[in-house]
Design a protein around this ligand. Structure first.
Ligand SMILES: Nc1nc(=O)c2c([nH]1)NC[C@@H]1CN(c3ccc(C(=O)N[C@@H](CCC(=O)O)C(=O)O)cc3)CN21
Ligand SMILES: CC(C)C(=O)C(=O)O
Length: 318
């Protein structure tokens, strides 16, 4: 299988942008080349069955919706983890502001800054070759005006090299979405539980449970599509509502706690990998137990050092 090349629209620093792809290309920034192998099923699907020779685009996602193909999205906040997901065939990687409560140690997503997002998004772009990388515009980076949204989105596109940005809200962010899309920036919407509004929502709870709120969400979804959004995240909403939105929209819906009928599903990676401590939301499925694995490794290393059994002869220069 040939490794994909970076697309001009989403440069991967250190990668050539032309020439025949080979399996011996060095990885970004001197990291080892990903192991060559058959692309996994989701990646094949996204490319319409063709080998993955370039980054996923918003057109690929539109085509997947036409075919009725589902796809997975995961968050990532660093090059190393993003590279693992990219090689696993995850076609879309979200540099979510969930980094606030996962990787940065804040209580929620509200304190996350543009500097933090730009740093993490750049790392994720450099660590991947095939995935479409989407970065969140953090709280305070777009609500004030379309101009503010534009300036900050441009920074993520030019500085970090992302292929798209995500922002939360419906009606109230339509001017922002329109301006970004007119300027050539792909926009992912986000409706339902919008964690940046935790203080006005009064906690992180399931949204749009009554008829009026459900009707409003459906209107917002249509309005985002009309404004040019290429997809819409539906977070913590009743499955029936998400199914209705998914059936009515021509752009893909990406569910998290939104039932099985969305076009795509996203999870926050430390949740699905079992790294998040304590209680996780009901919608999380734990696919691994990294907290246990990593904790064991750390304790084994500590025990070896205390016992004097590490480093052994094979780890020692003579
Ligand atoms: N680690 C992590 N995972 C996430 O999924 C996530 C974040 N962080 N940060 C940003 C938002 C916040 N999210 C959350 C966080 C908590 C619940 C939660 O506790 N939900 C309750 C629902 C209670 C109800 O209204 O019935 C639950 O029990 O699932 C939901 C979404 C999703 N996002
Ligand atoms: C939960 C997902 C959709 C998100 O917005 C994030 O990771 O910040």
């Amino acid at each position: 299988m040939a490794l994909p090349q970076a697309q001009p629209g989403q440069p991967t620093p250190g990668q050539p942008t032309s020439g025949q792809p080979t399996s011996a290309q060095p990885g970004p920034e001197g990291s080892p080349a990903p192991s060559a192998g058959l692309p996994s099923a989701p990646q094949m699907t996204l490319y319409g069955g063709a080998p993955a020779t370039r980054r996923v685009t918003v057109r690929d996602l539109a085509a997947a919706k036409q075919r009725g193909d589902r796809w997975p999205m995961l968050t990532a906040y660093d090059a190393l983890t993003a590279g693992v997901f990219d090689e696993a065939g995850i076609p879309v990687i979200l540099v979510g502001d969930s980094a606030g409560n996962t990787h940065l140690g804040y209580e929620n997503t509200v304190p996350v800054t543009m500097d933090e997002m730009a740093m993490m998004a750049g790392a994720v772009v450099r660590g991947t070759r095939r995935a479409l990388v989407v970065a969140d515009l953090p709280f305070g980076a777009y609500q004030a005006s379309a101009r503010q949204a534009f300036d900050n989105a441009v920074r993520l596109v030019k500085e970090a090299g992302v292929g798209a940005v995500k922002l939360e809200g419906g009606e109230r962010v339509l001017p922002q979405v329109r301006l970004l899309v007119e300027a050539g920036i792909a926009v992912m919407g986000h409706l339902g539980l919008t964690p940046q509004s935790v203080h006005t929502l009064g906690g992180l709870r399931v949204q749009a449970r009554d008829e009026a709120a459900a009707a409003r969400l459906l209107r917002d979804a249509h309005a985002l599509q009309e404004a040019g959004a290429f997809s819409v995240v539906l977070e913590a909403v009743p499955a029936e509502l998400a199914a209705k939105v998914t059936a009515e929209l021509s752009v893909p819906t990406i569910g998290i706690g939104a039932g099985p009928d969305c076009d795509a599903q996203v999870l926050v990676w430390p949740d699905m990998a079992g790294l998040t401590p304590g209680r996780t939301p009901k919608f999380v499925k734990k696919y691994a137990d990294l907290r246990d694995v990593l904790g064991r490794a750390a304790r084994a290393f500590a025990d070896d050092v205390v016992a004097g059994s590490f480093p052994a002869a094979e780890h020692t220069y003579r």
